[in-house]
Design a protein around this ligand. Structure first.
Ligand code: FCA
Length: 332
């Protein structure tokens, strides 16, 4: 009499256990997929970030999905695509910081966690999106390091400040770029560099070609200077300025360019037999920005540990003389 009841109970229990086991098993087997979206995949800095992100993916056994997002449309498509592939989160350096709201909206729609790297996203009112975890560089301080490096080298070459023109290759629509170059200006002015000798060269895009064109205009207009210093938001900006100075016939001895980044763009330059006007670069860490951000995202997904809301990384001035030592010190 009791048998059918007991049998049903046992069956129910087994079915329950089975479903539970199935549920747990499915969750544990859910492969972790993390997107890493960058605005300028052709730039060595972003390739290095991807390389270090891959290292984290290998170590933690997750899939890294690298996508180039040169514009807003590609960016939104990429995020939707990640959701379709069942990714759980992504790290992004967006093509335009003003796309912040669009990034967050697409992430929410796809149930994806998001953190930004390098360029901090802005909300509709132009304020940083404080709720999106971010890792960037300490832009103003690194800009000042560039400035101090320029001043030291001006001194070493024995130039009179009055004879030196300065080119700020500017990309002011990007806050980190403006903060970096204004940090340099601040350091120069603090040391008595004449404000009238500093010229803006606004670039249409932060790359070598656009910086070259922008700097060329300044060289044409300001023909009276014997010596030049060149700074910008990254190595490509400074490289463009230095190539323009060479085009105008300035020898390397009359030009001091100091970039920010320190990846391939700088090392190729330092490897040349003869020094060029590209004197130094502040080395920043693609390892922290690539490896650490993706590891943080992995932990957020698997352990529900949200990354710190704001991390600002530092840099070190690197020249062709001390590059090996500086790279080693930064663990690169
Ligand atoms: C920005 C710049 C890049 C790189 C990065 C750290 O995204 O555009 O060149 O300097 O910050």
């Amino acid at each position: 009499m009791n048998l059918p009841f007991n049998r049903r109970a046992v069956i129910n229990m087994l079915v329950g256990l089975g479903l539970a086991a199935l549920g747990a098993g499915a969750a544990a087997a859910d492969p972790v997929k993390i997107g890493f979206l960058v605005k300028q995949a052709e730039e060595p800095w972003f390739q290095d970030e991807w390389r270090y992100a891959e290292q984290a993916a290998k170590e933690q056994n997750f899939t890294l999905i690298k996508i180039a997002v040169p514009n807003g449309e590609k960016m939104v498509n990429a995020i939707d695509n990640l959701a379709a592939q069942q990714a759980q989160g992504f790290v992004i350096c967006a093509p335009d910081v003003k796309l912040g709201t669009a990034v967050v909206r697409a992430a929410k729609r796809g149930n994806l966690k998001v953190m930004s790297v390098d360029d901090r996203l802005l909300d509709g009112a132009g304020k940083p999106l404080a709720e999106v975890p971010h890792m960037g560089i300490s832009a103003a301080e690194i800009g000042k390091q560039v400035g101090r490096g320029l001043l030291d080298e001006i001194k070493a070459r024995g130039w009179a400040l009055a004879d030196v023109g300065a080119i700020r290759v500017a990309y002011d629509q990007l806050p980190t770029a403006r903060e970096r170059t204004m940090g340099t200006v601040e350091a120069l002015l603090a040391a008595g560099f004449p404000v009238a000798n500093i010229f803006d060269a606004p670039e249409a895009k932060p790359d070598t070609e656009n910086a070259f064109n922008a700097a060329n205009i300044v060289f044409t207009k300001q023909a009276r200077f014997k010596h030049w210093i060149i700074f910008g938001s990254n190595d490509e900006a400074v490289m463009g300025g230095v190539r323009a100075s060479e085009g105008r016939g300035f020898p390397a001895a009359s030009v001091i360019g100091i970039g920010i980044g320190g990846s391939k763009t700088a090392s190729i330059e330092f490897a040349k037999a003869q020094p060029t006007g590209f004197h130094a670069s502040v080395l920043i860490s693609p390892k922290r920005h690539g490896y650490e951000t993706s590891l943080n995202m992995y932990r957020w997904i698997t352990e529900n540990r949200q990354p710190p809301l704001l991390t600002l990384t530092t840099g070190m001035l690197m020249t062709r003389q001390n590059q090996a030592e500086v790279r080693a010190k930064m663990g690169l």
